[in-house]
Design a protein around this ligand. Structure first.
Ligand SMILES: NC(=O)c1ccc[n+]([C@@H]2O[C@H](COP(=O)([O-])OP(=O)(O)OC[C@H]3O[C@@H](n4cnc5c(N)ncnc54)[C@H](O)[C@@H]3O)[C@@H](O)[C@H]2O)c1
Length: 350
């Protein structure tokens, strides 16, 4: 389903991409896609048209079918979450690869249908869990992998902010907490094993707008997530505590700070018996800060070109939807729920 594309200065064929949804997130995708090396943004789709002028001269179509008819290699799906399934299935049925915004879908069943559709056709498909491309979290994950923190005890995240009036199709668990679920599993390399959650609905909408989650990962790491749309402040905080200290990542500023445990020597007899932790040095790392959305797009483009690309697979996106469903189930039943064991990950097609 690809029209002939010119070859760029690098000698590689220029990929033809489409963008579906020109809202708050689609505008950012449009900006990045217009300037992405090796990619031509062929057209966009939004039934409401281009209200913000984000397409900047690129054709704005009304239906996904019109976009597919132009011949594209892949599409970025940035329409509301409730429409990811129908749009994704149409792309897969027509042999078009897709980068689908997070969360993968509004329900576990819908996410499973998307996994099946893209895998059955051997198409490259990914989920836009953008936090994985945040420099602070990338550095944190690399440091955990090399054992800088020693044994990992706990992951705490807070994602609080004001109400986004445009999001009406899902609640804060699927819309925002999926960031925390994905990043926690990814930085630790662990699965969620069980969790308990409580939600609050204050905005008058059918969905929750505040959640508190306490959980356990498969290696016993304790996790907690506070996520809401009811705070007059914006914070994106992730702290990982282990036997050597604590890493704190701020994904708004892309800063990563390490608080080391202090080595305490004291002649004070009463304190000698205390085997807890003392404050040591604090280091804020100087890390290169590339725009996460640009890195996400570069990785996905590379994967579509058949290069080894570190993308978030649909199965990983499905897993995050499963955990978010367990959060809602726990809140509804007011019990601790076990998270079913993970479906094994499939290698992405070349
Ligand atoms: N990765 C992130 O950090 C991040 C941030 C914000 C939103 N998102 C995700 O992006 C998606 C869109 O969110 P948003 O905040 O941009 O929403 P939005 O409401 O601002 O924009 C959605 C746009 O999609 C259009 N649309 C509706 N139905 C469509 C269809 N069938 N085909 C094409 N376009 C359609 C709407 O007219 C609107 O312009 C959601 O899945 C959301 O979870 C991700």
């Amino acid at each position: 389903m690809t029209a002939t594309a010119p070859t760029g200065a690098t000698g590689r064929r220029t990929l033809r991409a489409g963008l579906i949804g020109l809202g708050a997130m689609g505008r950012n995708h449009a900006r990045v896609l217009r300037e992405l090396d090796g990619v031509q943004l062929v057209a966009t789709v939004d039934p409401a048209g281009d209200r913000s002028g984000a397409a900047r001269g690129v054709q704005v179509l009304h239906t996904v079918a019109e976009l597919i008819a132009l011949g594209i290699d892949y599409a970025v799906v940035a329409c509301p979450t409730a429409h990811h399934e129908e749009v994704g299935l149409e792309l897969a049925a027509n042999g078009v690869c897709a980068l689908i915004e997070k969360p993968l879908a509004h329900s576990v069943a819908a996410a499973e249908r998307l996994v099946d559709a893209f895998e059955a056709r051997g198409l490259v498909a990914g989920v836009g869990h953008i936090e994985r491309f945040n420099p602070a979290l990338q550095s944190l994950r690399a440091r955990l992998e090399t054992g800088e923190l020693g044994e990992v005890f706990q992951v705490v995240t807070r994602r609080q902010g004001p109400f986004p009036h445009r999001i009406a199709d899902v609640g804060v668990v699927k819309d925002l907490a999926t960031h925390d679920i994905d990043l926690t599993a990814w930085v630790t390399g662990q699965e969620y094993a069980s969790l308990a959650a409580r939600t609050v609905s204050k905005s008058g909408r059918p969905h929750e707008d505040m959640v508190a989650v306490v959980g356990e990962l498969s290696d016993g790491t304790v996790v907690s997530h506070l996520v809401n749309w009811l705070s007059p402040l914006k914070e994106r905080f992730a702290a990982v505590t282990g036997s050597h200290g604590c890493f704190v990542a701020d994904t708004l500023t892309a800063d990563l700070t390490f608080y080391a445990n202090g080595a305490v020597t004291t002649e004070w007899e009463a304190l000698r018996a205390f085997r807890g932790v003392a404050e040591g040095d604090m280091v804020r790392y100087a890390i290169p800060k590339r725009e996460p959305l640009l890195v996400e797009h570069e990785r996905f483009r590379d994967a579509v070109e058949g290069k080894p690309g570190d993308i978030v697979t649909l199965r990983q996106g499905l897993r995050t939807v499963e955990v978010s469903a367990a959060v809602l189930e726990s809140a509804q039943q007011r019990t601790t729920v076990a998270v079913p064991a993970r479906i094994p990950d499939e290698p992405q097609p070349a």
